[in-house]
Design a protein. Structure first.
Lengths: 113, 384
């Protein structure tokens, strides 16, 4: 979904940080993307390469750390792995599962000159 | 443009605003050490100066701040932190210290709105020190820790909107659905039913045209249209600008009708109290599973056009079951804008929200008054 907006959001964060730190070139950017965040990683890479053109992050490598989905199952009263938002608890089959991890969309760090 | 949904930046229009966009350029004044004044407009890009100098920023309200710094290279000049005060368009003043790079950190928009991005205090530099002070032969590359949400800028604007709503006791709802679910018709009946009970204002989001805002205005309610152009969703900044135009009434309800899209609006907080998702019975009952993000983000689902159920094979029970798979907490109301079914419950829910929001405001005013009284008592004691 809206990968272009996300790519622009990443560039904003990167540029703000770079200018605050007096950085002239960004070599790589590392993201944390949760598996439940509905981000299409390939589309995001494509959009990122497009939006960083003519910026200090031009040509920067995009590293993406995937965060597995997890949820709190109210029936089992414990954290269970969750592959999609609409999936049942893999232990008990209940849908009373609140996602607790895997929704991340964060810029973690970047390598700069 | 977004490869998935056609979303892209630019082309946003808000009724009542000038057509030109100031967001990417600003005018400012530099006074060099020798007294020369440079006044220039420049775009959102880096620029460099040949030598160290003192310079002045003059804001739209006439306030100024002055600072000195040195430049060495071709980089967008990050300079030493300094303290300065800003007066915003709404009259609030805040003072803060920060180091910043010109041009880019200040997304200046003098005169109309003032977007100011604070330098992050939580930046931790894992490098070996400032570039240039490294040991010979070592790479100058370093890691900069960021740890910020990709949508942090939107979330900052949303927080700003939320403060405005809280200060005025406004109960704001973000209405989301596919195109054609009957959002606007439902809104019109809602506004007409609340006439004399509760002031309602509307922000309308569509890619193009102001048809919807005109329909809302024909009920007598205040409405402002946002055209997102290529964009597939409203963001918090657009809504903030629309609020400037609209003017909020104390203790009112604000309905933000988002662009008809079950995907992108889920991720963008506008500062609302709740998202309300509208699913009409002429759609598929499996939509909550096809578009789980939206049903998870919403607090209430209006199952709309239920007057048509006798003519359809739509399984309402199954649709609700699917929606609660994604969001076990979801409140569901069956509505029909034609017959008025479910409106008592829907209107009562809105009114409860408004009452709660007004109460929160009253509490914060009472707390503030208490604090003023305490400070005055302290002052009186000190004077004695």
């Amino acid at each position: 979904m809206h990968e272009m907006s996300l790519a622009e959001g990443i560039l904003q964060v990167v540029e703000e940080t770079a200018h605050a730190q007096g950085v002239s070139r960004v070599r790589s950017v590392r993201l944390e993307i949760g598996q439940l965040s509905s981000v299409e990683v390939e589309a995001l890479r494509f959009c990122f390469d497009a939006v960083v053109r003519d910026t200090l992050a031009q040509g920067a490598h995009l590293e993406i750390d995937a965060v597995p989905g997890a949820g709190w199952c109210m029936q089992c009263a414990q954290t269970v792995p969750l592959a999609a938002l609409y999936e049942a608890c893999p232990r008990c089959g209940s849908y009373q599962v609140q996602p607790t991890a895997g929704l991340e969309m964060r810029v973690k760090d970047m390598e700069v000159d | 443009m977004c490869t998935t949904c056609g979303c892209g930046a630019g082309e946003t229009r808000i009724e009542g605003e000038h057509d030109h966009d100031h967001a990417h350029q600003h005018e400012h004044e530099h006074v060099a050490a020798d007294g020369t004044v440079y006044r220039h407009v420049h775009a959102h890009t880096t620029h460099s100066h040949a030598q160290g100098h003192t310079h002045v920023h003059r804001h739209a309200d006439g306030s100024e701040h002055l600072h000195e710094h040195e430049h060495t290279g071709e980089h967008g000049h990050g300079h030493e932190g300094h303290v300065h005060a800003h007066r915003h368009a709404d009259g609030t003043v805040h003072s803060h210290q920060h180091g910043h790079g010109h041009g880019d950190l200040h997304d200046y928009d003098h005169g109309e709105t003032h977007e100011h991005v604070h330098a992050e205090a939580d930046l931790i530099d894992f490098g070996t020190g400032p570039a240039g002070a490294h040991a010979p032969g070592m790479t100058q590359a370093k890691m900069v820790q960021i740890e910020r949400d990709i949508l942090s800028k939107n979330n900052d604007y949303a927080a700003g909107n939320r403060v405005r709503f809280d200060e005025l006791g406004v109960f704001a709802l973000n209405l989301v659905s596919s195109p054609g679910s009957g959002k606007t018709t439902l809104l019109i009946r809602t506004i007409e039913s609340l006439k004399g009970r509760l002031p309602v204002a509307v922000v309308e989001g569509d890619q193009q045209t102001s048809f919807d805002a005109e329909r809302i205005r024909s009920t007598g309610a205040r409405a402002i249209q946002i055209n997102t152009g290529k964009g597939c969703h409203l963001d918090a900044h657009m809504v903030g600008r629309a609020l400037d135009q609209l003017g909020l009434e104390e203790g009112s309800a604000l309905m933000i009708e988002n662009v008809g899209n079950l995907v992108c609006p889920a991720a963008f907080d506008l500062g609302e109290a709740h998202k309300v998702v509208i699913l009409s019975v002429t759609e598929g009952e499996d939509k909550p599973l096809k578009y789980p993000d939206m049903f998870r983000a919403a607090s209430v689902m209006l199952l709309n056009k239920v007057d048509l159920l006798p003519h359809l094979t739509f399984n309402a029970k199954l649709a609700i079951e699917y929606a609660r798979r994604v969001n076990p907490e979801l409140k569901v109301i069956h509505t029909s804008s034609t017959t008025g079914e479910g409106f008592d419950e829907w209107l009562a829910w809105i009114e409860q929200g408004v009452v709660a929001q007004r109460a929160r405001r009253a509490d914060s005013i009472a707390a503030m008054k208490g604090r003023i009284a305490a400070l005055e008592a302290e002052l009186a004691r000190l004077k004695r």
